[in-house]
Design a protein around this ligand. Structure first.
Ligand SMILES: [Zn+2]
Ligand SMILES: [Zn+2]
Length: 641
């Protein structure tokens, strides 16, 4: 058989070999790092035997599939440690997740966080024992008997759910055996850097009628330094939690009366409107027109768009005059009605229609999270209608615009291209043309990108933008989605240069994604200390005492007249106290006014960036700050006061 490796090189073997044997044959170093394999795109166990020609990729911790196997193995090690310490604990499920793993256990006595250290110590022993991990299978009936024998009722239930006649796989390390589909590492030895993070309650099978189990969360890395960096990042994230800062800074609130429906407070509204002003400015500059379509539209429309059949679970509906209506979960169908409001010709294309559309989507209450996961949000949407030959240029235009937006906030980002999935609509020709155009646009722009084969929507390929915040977390925000299907469903047309009717192609795109979520990201990214142009309050005037309030008022009036968002602290407090308060509110500038300032017509400038900037003429300060706001600068912080 011939094995084609990731770099295109090949290996030839006379007989079948396991993935780990092939890894060893390539290099012992690679075999040591190997966590799983990937055969023809499918993640497999290192023990999987390959017996025919295939593409093989050895996955290390650097790849997602490898990371998952590594952490899944860590979850087994944790379960083994818990069984050693608490022999009556019953195993439920223990998968790897985005940043680590968990295991759900039925514990006789609930664990406390104090117990986590003890479990970690036992895990260290298991790692040191370097137990070989073995895989074996049993026929279903024997598997049930086996787990009954081991007194694991949850595992018995899981096996009973599997179809009759199936072979059930197990993984064994020392005295510990788990029902498991894998994949797993070869031994417990490589799992050297791990930490148990928290405890939570979780219903068996996520069903509230079932018993509440103990869920133990943890994470693991191949290197101590990476684990430590992760923990530091988590601590930093906790300090920056937008729910906490949003409350402290008076930006938004959530109420029981509207779960998942955020309230914006006056300062949050200033922030939101400032973002929207910026959005309108750059879209106008980039040749977009703005529209607004209704929040509620009739069932008939959602049937045409396909949402009524495929998305109804997530939609809120109501009845008006005996007709079903739905609150829009997306803006597209409304946008199409606007496209169809007049005959279109090739001269009108590309037609870029932006919409700051308020959409509602049902999310389970357990999934809600501050502004990051809500049930109603404003998409900074746009639909672009165009001819096939315009795709490449349009994609470039959108990608440039998104780049401009992210750069403004100091975000780095990476791009992913998702191609045709197996279950898709449209001709091969269309898909090829569209995917080539997307690739071509990214290449023209010199953007590096990852390709997610088969990850596109059924109606077209897409480009996603994942931005990286100041503490290294990534967030998917922007998307550019090509669509041949909706124009077809709605029978959209334009008259071509040939005088004939043609079908336009459509782009759906967002830059911020959801304005609400983007605000959540900005709060955490800046830790609440927004650039001056975004700050709800940009300047605070601080009179040293009551005597200087009159002069302070003059200063304030001039600031306001210049369009600066300013206020004055007139409390009968010492100046030091007022400064501390303004600092807690993370205000960019304070202007301190006393006798000397009044006499000379100056202000003493204290900023979040430089600390004491000294006395300046008010006119000079106004000039500087106006320039800073106009250019939407992010001033670097050079002081830790
Ligand atoms: Zn497992
Ligand atoms: Zn759309």
């Amino acid at each position: 058989m011939i094995i084609t490796l990731k770099d295109g090189s090949t290996k030839e073997y006379a007989e079948s070999k396991s993935v780990i044997e092939i890894a060893s044959d390539i290099s012992e170093g690679l075999a040591r790092m190997a966590c799983a394999g990937e055969v023809n795109g499918e993640v497999v166990d290192l023990r999987t035997v390959v017996d025919q020609d295939c593409e093989l990729n050895i996955l290390t911790f650097q790849e997602e599939g490898g990371k998952a196997a590594f952490r899944h193995t860590t979850s087994h090690i944790m379960a083994q440690a818990i069984k050693r310490l608490y022999p009556t604990a019953k195993l439920a499920i223990g998968p790897s997740i985005a940043d680590g793993f968990y295991y759900d256990m039925d514990m006789e006595n609930p664990l406390t966080t104090d117990d986590l250290g003890k479990i970690e110590a036992e895990m260290k022993k298991i790692v040191k024992e370097a137990l070989p991990i073995k895989r074996f299978t049993l026929p279903r009936e024997e598997a049930i008997a086996f787990m009954k024998d081991r007194n694991e009722p949850y595992k018995v239930e899981l096996i009973e759910d599997l179809p009759e006649g199936s072979e059930i796989s197990f993984y064994e390390q020392g005295e510990f055996v788990d029902l498991c589909a894998g994949p797993h590492l070869m031994t417990t030895k490589p799992v050297k850097a791990f930490k148990l993070l928290s405890l939570a309650g979780a219903y068996w099978r996520g069903d509230e009628h079932n018993k509440m189990l103990t869920r133990i969360y943890g994470t693991s890395y191949t290197k101590k330094a990476d684990l430590e960096a992760y923990i530091t990042r988590m601590e930093e994230a906790k300090k920056r939690d937008h729910r906490k800062l949003g409350k402290e800074l008076g930006l938004f609130m959530m109420r029981e009366e509207g779960p998942g429906f955020p309230f914006f407070l006056p300062k949050g509204m200033v922030l939101k409107n400032t973002l929207l002003d910026y959005w309108r400015e750059i879209h106008e500059k980039n040749g977009y027109v703005e529209i607004s379509t209704p929040i509620m539209l009739s069932r008939h429309l959602w049937e045409t768009s396909g949402h009524w059949d495929h998305y109804k679970e997530n939609m809120y509906t109501t009845v008006i005059d005996e007709t079903d209506f739905a609150i829009k979960p997306m803006n597209c169908p409304g946008g199409i009605l606007v496209y169809q409001s007049e005959p279109r010709s090739y001269r009108d294309l590309p037609l870029r229609m932006g919409e700051l559309g308020l959409v509602h989507r049902h999310e389970k209450s357990g999934q809600l999270h501050g502004l990051m996961r809500v049930r109603c949000f404003t998409q900074d949407d746009a639909h672009i209608f165009m001819m096939p030959e315009q795709i490449r240029e349009e994609i470039k235009g959108v990608a440039r615009l998104i780049d401009e937006v992210y750069s403004l906030f100091g975000f780095k980002y990476h791009v992913e291209l998702s191609t045709r999935p197996e279950d898709s609509m449209g001709s091969d020709e269309d898909w090829e043309m569209a995917t080539d155009a997307l690739r071509g646009a990214l290449d023209d722009l010199g953007l590096d990108y990852v390709v997610n084969e088969g990850d596109g929507a059924f109606y077209g390929p897409k480009i996603d933008f994942h931005l990286e915040d100041s503490i290294g977390r990534t967030w998917q925000c922007g998307t550019i989605q090509l669509d041949f299907q909706l124009p077809l469903r709605f029978n959209c047309e334009y008259i071509g240069a040939d005088g004939e009717k043609h079908r336009p192609i459509m782009i759906h795109r967002v830059a911020f994604g959801s304005i609400e979520r983007f605000i959540g990201i900005l709060i955490e990214h800046f830790a609440g200390a927004f650039p001056t142009w975004l700050s709800p309050v940009q300047v605070r005037v601080l009179p040293i005492s009551d005597k200087y309030q009159e002069y302070g008022q003059k200063v304030l009036d001039q600031l306001k007249a210049a369009g600066i968002r300013a206020d004055m602290d007139t409390k009968a407090e010492k100046i030091g106290y007022k400064i501390r308060e303004a600092r807690l509110e993370k205000l960019p500038y304070m202007l301190i006014v006393g006798a000397k300032e009044e006499e000379e017509g100056k202000v003493s400038v204290r900023s979040r960036f430089l600390g004491d900037e000294g006395a300046k003429d008010l006119s000079e300060f106004l000039e500087d700050i106006t320039e800073e706001i106009k250019a939407r600068k992010i001033r670097e912080v050079q002081t830790e006061e």
